[in-house]
Design a protein around this ligand. Sequence first.
Ligand SMILES: [Cu+2]
Length: 111
Amino acid sequence: MTPPVLDRRHFLLAGAAGALVAVGPAQAHNGVVHVAIEDLVFVPAEIEVKVGETIEWTNNDRIAHTATVRNGWEVMIPPGKKATKVAETGDNVDYYCRLHPNMKGRIVVTS
Ligand SMILES: [Cu+2]
């Protein structure tokens, strides 16, 4: 007979495997790719977007963040707010938060 403790561990492992499947580039739904900002982290860190689709950041923190490309564009995302940008050709970039440079994200633009 299997001890209940083992059953619980199997359940937790299954849950972790499910979470792993969900990781990886997020893709657009209705032309919008969502990126949440939670506790100074872009979630997911990497997104895939087609030219013309919209990237929407939702800042769930109580402090402002930016999505900034070095020598490129910047989107300010106030606390508790959303901000958007339409993906353009050449937006295949790494970005970061200018206010918290440890926050990093990546946008992969596909055609
Ligand atoms: Cu920030």
